[in-house]
Design a protein around this ligand. Structure first.
Ligand SMILES: [Zn+2]
Length: 406
């Protein structure tokens, strides 16, 4: 089929005015000016008129399990207090609640033009109860051992077999030691070796809050006290930043998506660029907690690949990547519209080792596409970022997804 739109935004290359994309089965065949891409006899043509057609958006960090927490938790001054609130609420939720939560979250992604999500899964036992997700989903198994839960390679591979039962699902699987304050160096080491051996991506929260920073740099503060009360061995605290804690043990690799990175020390920057770690910045979650400014420019200057994510609805009010781009642009004056789009297309595709497959409109890429109305805008990048409506078209793997029932 041919899809025509006023603008095509391939991301690799410049926007195409009055463009067209040919899609066959699950792949993009070619994109060009519509005058150069004529339909073959009998070929379906979909003309989207005054729209911008782009690669489907990629959310590089989300917890669909916690869609259910939307609006439940007021912003806290204390990160430790926020964690306690979540844990208290979680006690009342059933398996059915989490299944509904994941499905509601997936619907929110569709409504806002996201076709790929990196989702942290804390309850892998719900996967057999879910249908095939409508968007390409990477399920990252969350690993925590602060309360003396012992993992070994066999138990991790056993849990991953739940994921394996769905070979026809779009996306993939990965591992996610939660954070340096809840996952021991031994657990990080295990997750790292499993992800390397099984060639899976690896993600973790690092340097999210000032309390985490205090815990690792100065061995004090609310989070330090909370973790100590839960029985964590805190002898590794007071020796440097949360990131340097992981780096010292060799626990981060080039295939790691490190989430947040709000509190870094000067010595962290060069280490990050040398390792080639990808960073996921969650702009609205960042505002929710009132963290110190994210060092976007400095990280970009060090050549770090930066992606955007929403995090969960325990610290955000939507899973809309357009809202994340607007927030990023608001906070970082030098950021261009195109750079915002790169952080939700090309950059996360690279971080998930899917370069050339998703996040771009190019020959042989997968047909994950989204179209938004141009509205009053003449610049196609701006039209995407400023859009508040459901997409005019959402396509995943060459299949149109219904998102028009508003
Ligand atoms: Zn998170």
């Amino acid at each position: 089929m041919i899809i025509k739109a006023e603008w095509i935004v391939p991301m690799k290359g410049d926007p195409i005015f009055q463009g067209a994309v040919r899609v066959e089965h699950e792949h993009i065949v070619h994109a060009a000016k519509s005058s150069e891409l004529l339909p073959q006899p009998g070929e379906e043509v979909l003309d989207l008129g005054s729209s911008v057609l782009a690669p489907g958006l990629i959310n590089a960090h989300c917890h669909l399990d916690y869609t259910i927490l939307r609006g439940c938790i007021d912003p806290h001054n204390s990160f430790a207090g926020w964690i306690k609130s979540i844990n208290a609420l979680k006690r009342d939720f059933t398996t059915e609640d989490y299944v509904k939560s994941v499905n509601d979250g997936l619907e929110m992604l569709i409504e806002s033009g996201t076709t790929t999500v990196a989702n942290i899964e804390s309850f892998p036992e719900i996967l057999p109860l879910l249908g095939p997700p409508p968007v390409r989903t990477w399920w990252f198994l969350e690993l925590i051992d602060v309360r003396n839960r012992n993992f070994d390679e066999t138990s991790i591979i056993g849990i991953l077999s739940v994921f394996d039962q769905h070979p026809n699902w779009l996306g993939g699987f990965g591992l996610s030691p939660h954070a340096p304050y809840t996952a021991s160096p031994a657990l990080y080491r295990l997750a790292k070796s499993c992800s390397e051996r099984l060639q899976m991506p690896f993600t973790t929260h690092v340097a999210e809050s000032v309390q985490e920073h205090e815990m690792f740099v100065n061995a004090r503060g609310d989070l330090y006290d909370l973790m100590k009360s839960l029985g964590r061995d805190c002898s590794d605290c007071g020796q440097g930043s949360a990131l340097s804690h992981l780096l010292e043990y060799g626990l981060l690799t080039h295939n790691c998506l490190a989430v947040h990175m709000n509190y870094l020390q000067d010595y962290d920057y060069s280490a990050l660029s040398e390792l080639g770690v990808h960073i996921v910045y969650c702009p609205k979650c960042h505002s929710y907690f009132g963290h110190r400014p994210f060092e976007l420019e400095r990280l970009r200057q060090h050549g770090v690949n930066i992606c955007l994510g929403t995090d969960s609805l325990a610290s955000n009010n939507s899973l809309d990547m357009r809202a994340e781009m607007r927030e990023a642009r608001l906070k970082h004056a030098g950021l261009t519209n195109r750079q915002c789009l790169e952080m939700v297309t090309l950059n996360p595709a690279k971080a998930l080792n899917q370069e050339g497959r998703i996040g771009e409109i190019s020959d042989d890429a997968l047909a994950d596409l989204v179209a938004f109305d141009m509205g009053i805008h003449s610049n196609p990048y701006e039209a995407i970022i400023e859009s508040h409506q459901r997409p005019r078209l959402l396509m995943v793997n060459g299949q149109k997804i219904d998102s028009s029932n508003d």
